[in-house]
Design a protein around this ligand. Sequence first.
Ligand SMILES: C[S@@+](CC[C@H](N)C(=O)[O-])C[C@H]1O[C@@H](n2cnc3c(N)ncnc32)[C@H](O)[C@@H]1O
Length: 182
Amino acid sequence: MVDLMALEKSFLSAHIFEGCTAVDFTMGNGHDTLFLCEHVGKNGKVYAFDIQQQALENTEKRLSEAGMSNYELILASHSRVDEFVKEKFDVGVFNLGYLPGGDKSRTTLRETTLEAVDKAISLLADHGIVLIAVYPGHAEGEIEGKLLLEKLASLDRRKICVSRFNIVNSPASPFFIAVEKK
Ligand SMILES: C[S@@+](CC[C@H](N)C(=O)[O-])C[C@H]1O[C@@H](n2cnc3c(N)ncnc32)[C@H](O)[C@@H]1O
């Protein structure tokens, strides 16, 4: 059976390399941040964003216990990425929605997500990739996904390739979008 999360990781693995720069746009409990830190290596750098102090604390604990030092955790909306990341990045990850078991009101929101994705595409290095996991099973997630797809569908195919991966016979299940810069 297709495992979408494993498929997403395989896209990440294909693009990430020792010494590169990565951005986790939705740090949460830091699972993706740790994956990125491990793969960029000690000469690389990972920037991670979240609006919740608890996310920074949980992620800091996870990363320091794993012996990582190649990261910067930022307590700010990902829509402000351009204020903090002053270099091109190679790999970016959005895991939209709210933290499972956390405060559902602290979910990602369409306006800031669209702004952040726009800025991410501007900051993305040539041959880089941004992966966006969307959760259409809740109301804001459904709208967020729809608006994102509309916006991304209008990008110039000669510069950016946008793909969508979903389980066809389970329309409310999470899906992911890959945005690759040529
Ligand atoms: C599904 S969780 C991410 C899970 C995370 N990738 C992990 O490995 O644990 C979504 C996260 O996005 C955060 N978030 C919501 N709005 C945000 C925003 N505007 N900027 C950055 N993070 C935001 C939430 O606080 C939540 O921690």
